[in-house]
Write a protein that binds this ligand. Structure first.
Ligand SMILES: Cc1cc2nc3c(=O)[nH]c(=O)nc-3n(C[C@H](O)[C@H](O)[C@H](O)COP(=O)(O)OP(=O)(O)OC[C@H]3O[C@@H](n4cnc5c(N)ncnc54)[C@H](O)[C@@H]3O)c2cc1C
Length: 470
């Protein structure tokens, strides 16, 4: 059955269609229209869906207009910010995509160190505007990630140990709720909604504008990556782990195991070779950085030493080349309570058996300012987890089975050191138990009660869904 045609008939046949066309100031893109194929796609190339209508909003007022139309037509509603969600919630089959990518304005108030950011902005745009004033807040490790999905799930980035997660820097949000109301949520107004937006994902409404607090950062910071041969991986990871356990908040470094990508910053003879990278940022005075990083000297000279002074925006974009859109992806992740030598051994073993040259295993620290917030203060709960593992599997050979099996086997092998939790933004389409694991019972129940208040019909269900409490 081709649901596309059935749903399309409902879109264009109803009386609401002409009203929508008259009131909507953005682009309405339907199957057959120019640009439809690009408009239906999201970052993860495994997601191949055909919405009946993509409503690319140009201003905040377009959002309730599109939503009202979608609800009246009985269409499934997907909401898209940067389109990076690996589960593909930014698109759908046969329904309406409310696409905010036409709303990317960022306005910085230098004196008050604040930024007003539209709901479709990416970190590239955010960082460019904020850095014009030497300011920043915690953003994504890749510059094309959407500010919206990233922040609404929590927001893990290089500045988090110094300044907290992205959601910890959120001061207010303008939200369109399921009934079309436009609310402003902050600590003083709709405080419950504000709590829910700082971790609860897209469950509670469509954010048209975020207000962030900013910090002086850069314009130059110390950042980049060092590459070592993967045969040294166990030693590199253990050294990095011990460094991070004692590190100041200014330092956030991760380790990544993969085949070296064909990046211009990596010599040709290393392309495709198994490597381990130590990558990250020191967001403090450059003169202190050498002392802080001295522990890495014990590893001897790296294959590539790319850690040095760089524009903050360059460090924020350093992963972009390796993470181009369009490839097929299957990811799993988990918070870990320890990285003892046996876990390291497991990770190194799986890296040696990696099934795709595009995949990687990333180990990242949390701690610092992330851990100084109480678990119930935001709907993002994982404040005490010291480590997170990402198994980011990607391929271009069209043969998912071996890649998925490898990913799942590694994920299962690290379960003995799991905290039991997972970060909602690193979840694929993994079912309701994993969504519960992303919140913990107390935050989950509170979010379910909020869902009953703000979205009782579960209009916003294409997300890591928290159904309304009944
Ligand atoms: C290459 C890559 C790198 C990444 N790096 C990081 C990282 O460094 N740190 C990190 O924490 N995460 C990272 N992520 C995960 C990322 O945070 C999530 O995928 C996040 O959901 C992306 O947000 P988005 O707006 O781009 O995605 P979308 O797919 O557009 O949206 C994600 C979810 O948010 C909802 N949503 C989007 N916009 C809005 C809005 N305006 N209002 C309400 N709901 C909305 C959507 O409905 C969907 O459920 C990365 C992902 C990728 C693919």
């Amino acid at each position: 059955m081709d649901t596309r045609n059935i749903e399309l008939g409902r879109v264009t046949g109803g009386a609401g269609w002409e009203t929508l066309r008259a009131r909507f100031s953005g682009l309405l893109i339907r199957p057959g229209d120019e640009g439809y194929d690009a408009a239906r796609r999201v970052w993860n190339g495994s997601i191949d869906r055909y919405p009946a209508l993509v409503a690319r909003c140009a201003r905040a007022a377009d959002v309730p207009t599109a939503l009202e139309f979608g609800r009246a037509a009985g269409l499934t509603v997907a909401v898209r910010g940067g389109g990076h969600n690996v589960a593909g919630f930014g698109t759908c089959d046969g329904g309406l995509v409310i696409d905010l990518s036409g709303m990317q304005a960022v306005r910085v108030d230098r004196a008050r160190r604040r930024a007003l950011v539209e709901g479709g902005a990416t970190w590239a745009g955010f960082d460019r505007e904020a850095q014009a004033f030497g300011l920043a807040t915690t953003g994504g490790l890749m510059s094309s990630t959407g500010v919206a999905g990233f922040t609404l799930g929590g927001g893990i980035g290089w500045l988090m140990r110094r300044y907290g997660l992205a959601c910890d820097n959120l001061l207010s949000a303008e939200v369109v709720t399921a009934d079309g109301r436009q609310l402003r949520a902050c600590a003083a107004d709709h405080e419950d909604l504000f709590w829910g937006l700082r971790g609860g994902g897209g469950n509670l409404g469509i954010v048209t504008r975020f207000e962030f607090g900013l910090h002086p950062v850069g314009p130059e910071v110390l950042g980049g990556l060092r590459l070592y041969p993967q045969r040294l991986a166990a030693e590199v990871i253990a050294t990095w782990r011990d460094l991070m356990l004692a590190a100041p908040d200014e330092l956030t470094l991760s380790t990544v195991l993969r085949r070296a990508p064909a990046s211009p910053s990596i010599p040709d003879h290393l392309h495709g070779e198994p490597v381990v990278a130590v990558a990250g940022m020191y967001a403090g005075p450059a003169e202190d950085a050498a002392r802080v990083l001295r522990a890495l000297d014990a590893l001897g000279p790296p294959l590539v030493d790319g850690i040095g002074p760089k524009p903050y925006t360059a460090v924020q974009a350093m992963s972009d080349g390796a993470w181009q859109p369009g490839f097929e992806n299957y990811w799993k992740a988990e918070f870990l309570r320890s990285l003892d030598d046996s876990v390291i051994e497991t990770v190194v073993d799986f890296a040696g058996r990696i099934t795709s040259p595009l995949s990687d295993i990333k180990l990242a620290p949390l701690g610092g300012a992330v851990a100084r917030v109480a678990e119930g203060d935001t709907s993002y709960p994982h404040r005490r987890a010291p480590w997170v593992i990402n198994i980011n599997t990607r391929w271009a050979d069209g043969l998912p089975d071996a890649h998925v099996a490898w990913t799942r086997a590694l994920w299962e092998a690290v379960q003995p050191v799991s905290t039991g939790g997972v970060y909602v933004n690193f979840l694929g389409d993994e079912g309701p138990d994993r969504v519960r694991a992303a919140y913990g019972e107390s935050n989950y129940q509170r979010l379910a009660r909020l869902k009953t208040v703000y979205d009782p019909d579960n209009v916003f269900h294409l997300n890591q869904n928290i159904p309304p409490a009944r």
